[in-house]
Design a protein around this ligand. Structure first.
Ligand code: FE2
Ligand code: FE2
Length: 318
């Protein structure tokens, strides 16, 4: 069943010297066409040809994702250290690797217990976000419909780390905990309906009542695994609380909502609004902030909203 689906893979991350024996597809008017068979090596020539036709994504069958994810995670250090790959492409690779991890975890929630994997990804993501001025832009440029909920998780994690880095003095362990909680914030969606995630508007469904339990369910699942810190768990559980007390699952009000969860709500909303989703075109950042501003005092704390907005506008203290 899974093999019916194709997953996007950025061209930058297909490195001719390391890429495993996996068939690659290109997408043409909605169809997936075999580009190379698994037993043919991907070459520099292939890469140049694809670049010339402005192909930035290839596709793999979802049944091959385990191998792709393993390849990316194992080669991440090497790929990120290479001089011939530019900063944007590195962002794409990192993003893709983290998104694959989230996909994996949604397929098999038991894997959240493997915290070492998540920690290592978040470390890389943190380094990238801290070291690249345009990290946010690079990370936001990548979306794909079926893939949406996974890339969304990575965007929220990246933005959360950026905001925490600019606004607060957290030590490295706390930053990693924030990143882990953010990366897994919507993991509870997996327990709601087996089919929900395959729908193109999976994320939009979060706003509807039937998906409201995802915060609590995700929290319970991760808590029982016993590997996540309180900071990470808090983000998962309370990222849909609202400042005026009308949120869920606990209906916490004002600054009873832990700060990290309040920021998660801001980042979550902003990322969703500024990304193309089925039936929603991405809004420019400034427009999203304007709409969010109407929710100040309702969904968001005035203080945190304006500080958040400054960071997003590039005005946060460096
Ligand atoms: Fe959520
Ligand atoms: Fe979310």
């Amino acid at each position: 069943m899974k093999s019916r689906f194709y997953r996007p893979l950025s061209l930058a991350s297909v490195s001719p010297s390391y890429f495993p024996e996996i068939a690659l597809y290109v997408r043409n008017s909605g169809n997936y066409i075999l580009y190379k068979n698994h037993d043919r090596q991907f070459t520099e020539e292939d890469r140049h040809r694809l670049e010339r036709t402005n192909t930035s994504f290839l596709y793999v069958r979802s049944g091959d994702m385990d191998a792709v994810t393993e390849y990316l995670e194992q080669n991440l250090d090497t790929l990120l250290a290479r001089d011939d790959i530019d900063s944007n492409a590195k962002g794409t690779i990192l993003y893709q690797t983290a998104a694959n991890y989230v996909t994996d975890v949604f397929d098999e929630p038991g894997k959240t217990a493997d915290i070492i994997r998540c920690r290592s990804l978040i470390r890389h993501l943190m380094k990238y976000v801290a070291g690249h001025e345009d990290a946010l832009k690079a990370l936001q440029a990548i979306t794909s419909q079926n893939y949406y909920i996974f890339t969304h998780s990575v965007q929220v994690a990246a933005l959360m780390m950026l905001v925490h880095d600019r606004l607060f003095r957290l030590n490295q362990d706390e930053m990693i905990d924030v990143g882990i909680g953010s990366l897994l914030h919507d993991v509870g969606m997996v327990f709601l309906s087996g089919q929900l995630l395959d729908k193109p508007d999976a994320l939009a469904a979060i706003e509807y009542h039937k998906a409201k339990q995802h915060a609590q369910k995700g929290y319970e699942h991760l808590q029982s695994a016993g590997t996540l810190s309180e900071v990470s768990l808090t983000i998962v559980r309370h990222h849909h609380e609202k400042y005026d007390g009308s949120g869920y699952p606990a209906g916490l009000k004002g600054d009873d909502i832990p700060r990290s969860a309040q920021l998660a709500a801001l980042c979550d909303t902003y990322c969703a609004m500024t990304t193309d989703r089925p039936k929603h075109t991405a809004l420019p950042g400034a427009e999203a902030l304007r709409i969010m501003e109407d929710e100040v005092g309702g969904a968001f704390s005035p203080d945190l909203f304006y500080r958040f907005a400054d960071v997003v506008k590039g005005k946060g203290k460096a």
